[in-house]
Design a protein around this ligand. Sequence first.
Ligand code: PEP
Ligand code: MN
Length: 341
Amino acid sequence: MIVVMQQGATTKQVERVVQLIREMNLTDHVIVGAERTVVAVIGDDRFKDRSVLESCAGVDRVVPILAPYKIASRQTHPETTVIPIGGRHGATVGGRKLCVLAGPCSVEDKSMLLEVAHGVKQAGGSGLRGGAFKPRTSPYQFQGLGEKGLEILAEAREQTGLAVVSEVMGAEHIDLVARYADVLQVGTRNMHNFNLLAALGERTNKPILLKRGWSATLEEFLLAAEYVINAGNPNVILCERGIRTFEGYVRNTLPLAIVPAVQRESHLPIVVDPSHGTGHAYLVPAMARAAVAAGADGLIIEVHPDPEHALTDGAQSVTIPDFEQIMRQVRQVAEAVDRQI
Ligand code: PEP
Ligand code: MN
């Protein structure tokens, strides 16, 4: 970081800043300019408390240079991380080949899940999504089938070879979900649940699909990933799923610029969820194409055989034929940006 002193700051004030920097076991380098003095701080200062210097007399501002996340940062790991997601087809995320995860919002029963699973497989998807534990706004809404839903997902993997993605809502369910699913999803509401993130890092090596909190900044998103990696699991797949804004014609606003921004900041793969990102099935194909054009490493799309009767998120779920068409279109976009499906 760089400490910029106020114009007219006294020598005593500069000395106090230097003393505090040394107390942090960092090295100072004082540069006296014509207008004002700045103090460059040398050493790894990203875990130090900047506010100590900010509140010092004579300090104008403190400018951080290093990102606060370390192991998630591309500075420490220049190559994009490629993560195998499981299943029998060798699917990965982060490489040249895109990873398309698709399936219903919730596992509702065996026949609908198997129908979607075969549809996803047929269309060339890489993995099957399906919630067994559902984070619902109201306690009176369908909460998911729990372990029964996980059993159905495992059967769908057995039949299709697709990797299975399912949400884990609390640390008490990590072992249970990890027993059945290949990829554990952390939902938007849990991105700030630091106990869950750390527990996932400690208790499993399976990939974690970490959804961006709907009000989280890019920095907070990457720090959430840092929690998982720092606790021992390097296999974090980031997922942009839209954020809350003033805009009402969509359920969430899908900020696709985060894709190249994350790729500049971090080596972790990032997939885009155009279903939650818009809330409307008619917007999903265009945003899926746009996400791939923006360089996303994959997509996660809600697909339902009969969206009108879906127990959760029917309005944003596409049908199986719609999904097939999305795959055809996205394949062409992928080629145009030097990727494959
Ligand atoms: C989901 O994937 O169905 C889901 C609940 O997602 P989010 O956490 O992004 O709302
Ligand atoms: Mn959903």
